[in-house]
Design a protein around this ligand. Structure first.
Ligand SMILES: [Zn+2]
Ligand SMILES: [Zn+2]
Ligand SMILES: [Zn+2]
Length: 411
């Protein structure tokens, strides 16, 4: 199966600059032909039952399965995998993802990453949680499509997995800080409140602040621990991003006291990225995910370069981190197409009086950092694939089902 990047690259080659473009999108369609979307659980036109199947990365039309409350993807053979709905389907999260019937967890691969959810006796928390899970599913679907490891630290991999605490600050304090540490991502659920988040964004002078942005940043920290720390990438990381052994607390204090260096735009994607090499990596990682997802969506709707009358000064091969990499031309095409797309999208946003769609500038040093991330992600996927091949040769992968952490706040 191709990775998300390979699929996008192929479509860029086939479609983005092709003179005779098949005007056909990659969006999901119901059996009745109407478009359906990532978060739908029923077709509004024909009432067909829908569910998202993370392995196929598709919203599928479902038919009744072999037993009560089980489902099969319409058109699959009777021997094909039967599914249940994720347990959070009937909760405020309204999760539309499917779980194979034989899987030991009642929760889908996105929901089982939660260790703690907010107290659902509070109606605001229900509203927050719903928005948070929509953003999280978007994140997880992309990570899976990229071939990155996604295993629950709660249920599957206590050592190297990832889990989430979705917490509300108590009225008497202290305030919950959104952060990552040792595979645990903590999110202050009030970030799901538009008025609170926008106020924070304004106070912090940030051009962009979203739930999805938080998740993409924090998961970047997690993958730094998994894919960079102590690996052959580590020294290369230091040469490119700086030495992360620099005192982190002191770096934060310095930034708080003096603000970012005046020339941060020359080297960083955001002012916050200038605080410390770890933050630089997490910010670049988030932007790498923004770029890939937005481009995938644009191609999915059949957009091409011909739709965009835009002269953007393209980056060149030598601007990349490793111009000799066999996939360097592909990486360059991705970022140059993205630059064309966001330039048009920014104008579109301005014409509605909205803030810019992408209020950032990618400088050459930032491009090098993002290309480095692309190489790390590619390497992670190739290593995972060869590990699966090796374990299949040895009699099948072992599935460890470890419950190392009790899940809290489920009611
Ligand atoms: Zn339909
Ligand atoms: Zn779920
Ligand atoms: Zn961070």
């Amino acid at each position: 199966m191709n990775t998300l990047i390979e699929n996008i690259a192929k479509r860029l080659v086939d479609v983005w600059r092709s003179p005779d473009v098949p005007r056909r999108g990659h969006t999901y369609r119901c059996q009745c032909g109407r478009p359906i979307f990532f978060r739908n659980s029923v077709c509004l036109a024909c009432d067909a039952v829908l569910g998202y199947e993370p392995e196929r990365a598709e919203v599928c039309v479902l038919e009744r399965g072999p037993t009560a409350d089980t489902w099969r993807v319409l058109g699959d053979s009777p021997e094909a995998t039967a599914f249940r709905r994720c347990e959070s389907f009937n909760m405020a999260a309204g999760c539309n993802w499917l779980v194979p019937v034989a899987h030991p967890s009642a929760l889908c691969i996105s929901c089982r990453l939660n260790r703690t959810i907010p107290d659902l006796s509070d109606p605001d928390n229900c509203r927050y949680w719903r928005s948070i899970e929509i953003a999280k599913r978007r994140l997880v679907s992309q990570l899976l499509a990229l071939g990155l490891p996604v295993r629950s630290k709660v249920e599957e991999d206590p050592d190297r997995g990832v889990m989430f605490d979705l917490l509300r600050s108590p009225p008497e304090g202290p305030r919950v800080m959104t952060c990552h540490g040792n595979g645990l991502i903590t999110l202050n659920v009030e970030e799901a409140d538009d008025s609170i988040r926008e106020k924070t964004r304004y106070e912090m002078r940030e051009p962009y602040r979203t739930l999805l942005g938080h998740f993409r940043h924090e998961i970047g920290h997690y993958y730094w621990d998994r894919l960079i720390a102590g690996t052959p990438w580590h020294e290369k990381f230091r040469a490119l991003y700086g030495d992360e052994r620099e005192d982190y607390a002191a770096a934060l204090r310095r930034n708080y006291k003096n603000g970012p260096p005046l020339d941060w735009r020359d080297r960083h994607i955001s002012s916050y990225a200038s605080v410390h090499p770890w933050e630089d990596w997490a910010e670049c990682f988030a932007h790498y995910l923004h770029l890939v997802d937005s481009l995938d969506t644009a191609l999915g709707f059949g957009l091409t370069a011909d739709d965009i009358e835009m002269e953007v000064e393209p980056f060149l091969l030598e601007d990349l981190y490793d111009p000799e990499d066999p996939d360097a031309a592909r990486a360059l095409s991705l970022v140059n197409s993205w630059m064309e797309l966001v330039t048009a999208m920014n104008e579109l946003a301005r014409s509605m009086g909205q803030q810019d769609f992408y209020p950032f500038v990618i400088s050459r040093p930032v491009l090098r950092k993002m290309h480095f991330i692309e190489l790390v992600v590619k390497n992670a996927r190739e290593s995972a694939e060869s590990a699966v091949m090796a374990s299949c040769a040895g009699g099948g992968p072992e599935v460890a089902q470890v419950t190392a952490f009790s899940r809290r706040a489920w009611k």
